[in-house]
Design a protein around this ligand. Structure first.
Ligand SMILES: [Zn+2]
Length: 144
């Protein structure tokens, strides 16, 4: 199996164990690059992986897939940081956890980060979109 993505696709999705990133799109191993983190957020490390996928592994389409019942969908990000700190025996949490009170706003922000990445210029013709995976039904819906 070659190292590239046969379908020229990268899927960025949440680390939630209920999600099968290939299965949700009816794909097979070798079809797509899979990038996962808490909340499917586009921070520097996700961009690093996307840049590598585009420039070294043939990716030309990027799907950012958020999901229903995501633990990162939290109306009070400070409360989540406090929960992490309490679990760490009171050590303050200096990490931006990436939780979000508004899923659509978070998805727009994530797509804008891809669009604003200088190493992913529009001139390359890279397509990207925002999706929602329902853990209740297994259906993926394109939102943006
Ligand atoms: Zn999640």
């Amino acid at each position: 199996m070659p190292p590239g993505a046969a379908r020229k696709l990268a899927i960025l999705t949440c680390m939630d164990s209920r999600i099968d990133p290939l299965g949700m799109f009816g794909l097979e191993p070798g079809d797509a690059k899979i990038i996962r983190n808490a909340g499917a957020r586009v921070y520097d490390d996700a961009l690093r992986s996307l840049v590598m996928a585009v420039h070294l592994l043939g990716v030309r389409r990027i799907a950012v897939v958020h999901h229903t019942q995501c633990a990162m969908h939290n109306p009070d990000p400070e409360a989540l940081a406090a929960q992490v700190s309490a679990s760490a025996n009171g050590v303050p949490c200096p990490i931006e956890l990436g939780s979000f009170p508004d899923p659509m706003s978070a998805l727009r922000t994530d797509l804008a980060r891809i669009g604003d990445c200088a190493l992913l210029p529009a001139s390359l013709g890279i397509e990207y979109g925002g999706f929602l995976y329902s853990v209740e039904t297994g259906v993926v819906t394109r939102l943006l």
